[in-house]
Structures are given as structure tokens and as C-alpha cells.
Design a protein around this ligand. Sequence first.
Ligand SMILES: [Zn+2]
Length: 123
Amino acid sequence: MGDSRKPRPDRVQLTCPHCGLPRDQVETLDPDPILLEPGLRVPAHEIPPERRWIEIPDGKVAMYGVCPPVQSQLCRVEHALVCPNQPLPPDPWPRISKLREANAARVEQPVLPLGDEQLPDVG
Ligand SMILES: [Zn+2]
């Protein structure tokens, strides 16, 4: 009889090809596992929505959908969010970022000192 029910490890530690740091590959409720920072748990409200992974009893992680998050809820952090050698994933706050870009463009406009040439000609 073949042993087709080998125990499957809940998590595997892999090295990030971008930065060389370790990361945990953890099973999710979906077919795709997720890569998380090893040993790190932070308050859920400090992590962007849709990126809050909480540990569930079977060793997997699940997306934490409670909003607003319970203050005491801890969640795991995706390595992709904190990898120093990867760009940040798609912006969780696109409207805020657009406003930042708009303000950055305003900052880059040269602010001319008020001089005689800008005053209305009253002569
Ligand atoms: Zn990395």
C-alpha cells in the first residue's frame, strides 16, 4: 500500500531571490500559498487592507476581512510588502497617492518671487 497521505508541512522556508532573506511559504485557503515574513506578527490595523493575513487553526493563513480591524488582532506580513529589492505592490491607497503626485507636481513648479514684473501695472 502506498503512503499517499504523507504529512504535508504547513510552511516551507524559502530564500527570496530578490534580497536573499528567508521567507515562509504558508498555505492559504486558496490554491496558491503566500510568502510571509518569518516570525513577524504586527497589529492588523498597521497593514493595508487586503494584505492582512491571520493564522487559522489548521496552520494555514486566511485574509482578515474584519473592518475596522480589532485592535488586538495580529497578522502576518507579506514579504513582498517589505522586500527591499522589490517595488511596492499595487497601491492600496490609489486616491491618496494621486493626491500626493498632484502635490509633488505643485511643489516642483518654480515659485517665482513676487517682483515688480508680477504686480499689476498701476503706472
Ligand atoms: Zn526579498
